[in-house]
Design a protein around this ligand. Structure first.
Ligand code: GLU
Length: 260
């Protein structure tokens, strides 16, 4: 699986980065930064796709919740994205890591020329030894040009940069045979060899209140990535040290095997 991966995209969602209060889970973000820095020191090229701009911005602005209207989400994202990058820059700096921010929209990836420019920027960042930190450009990416969820974005980025691995950190342990909050007999599915209709069926439409993704969007992302030959793991982000297990090729979360 990910054991020999040299370039990996890690995606972290709002529910992993924040407490149920909506405020930043500093302890967890610190743990995540420490593990990612360590993996970079070990020679693995990483790109971090991070959510949190809208949720963290809404809290910082003192709003009662995630804005329901598009301009509200755009505005909240401008505030939250600053806070997010401030935190990443500060924490990664403690480990001597350099980060660069990329805010992208679907058209940046789909339009041939912009796509090439984006790839060049990613490659140059890797050449410089810096780590790309990516989010959707939520303050300009409205309606028709929006990916909307960073699960999808992370798979697109993984394809774009020719990653060999994608790790999606979730607020549950992986894909279960049924919804574990409703069905006690639900068991974790450790390996998915092929993403077919039955997999989409059991993923259902589960969704958390702070992020936009649920298991369904993670399956769609896993399908995009594995179809492009990228090994994908969906795992719980609560204990970032578990990422070592995935990298060591040990069982953790649900592993989606790449199709060659
Ligand atoms: N780009 C959104 C944000 O930073 C998150 C999208 C998602 O939750 O997948 O708030």
């Amino acid at each position: 699986m990910l054991k020999n991966a040299k370039r990996i995209v890690v995606k972290v969602g709002t529910s992993t980065l924040t407490y149920p209060t909506g405020k930043i889970n500093i302890r967890r973000v610190k743990a995540l930064v420490e593990v990612l820095s360590d993996l970079r020191n070990a020679g693995i090229q990483l790109a971090l796709v991070t959510s949190g701009a809208i949720g963290i911005g809404a809290v910082k602005l003192g709003l009662p919740g995630r804005p329901q209207d598009t301009p509200g989400r755009q505005a909240a994202a401008t505030v939250g994205q600053c806070e997010l990058m401030f935190l990443y820059d500060k924490l990664f700096s403690e480990y001597g890591q350099v980060v660069g921010q990329l805010l992208i929209t679907r058209s940046d990836i789909e339009n041939g020329e912009r796509r090439e420019n984006l790839i060049n920027c990613f490659e140059k960042l890797f050449d410089y030894g810096a780590m790309p930190v990516i989010n959707e450009n939520d303050s300009v990416a409205v309606e028709e040009i929006v990916y909307g969820d960073n699960d999808n974005l992370s798979a697109q980025v993984a394809k774009l940069i020719g990653a060999d691995g994608l790790i999606i950190l979730s607020d549950i342990d992986g894909l279960f045979s049924a919804n574990p909050s409703e069905d006690e007999s639900a068991v974790l599915i450790p390996i998915v060899r092929e993403i077919d209709e039955s997999v989409y069926c059991i993923a259902g439409g589960s969704s958390s209140s702070v992020g936009t993704g649920g298991m369904a969007t993670k399956i769609t992302a896993a399908k995009i990535a594995t179809d492009a030959g990228i090994e994908t793991v969906v795992m719980n982000g609560a204990n970032p040290e578990d990422i070592y297990r995935a990298i060591d090729g040990r069982q953790v979360g649900t592993q989606f095997l790449a199709r060659n």
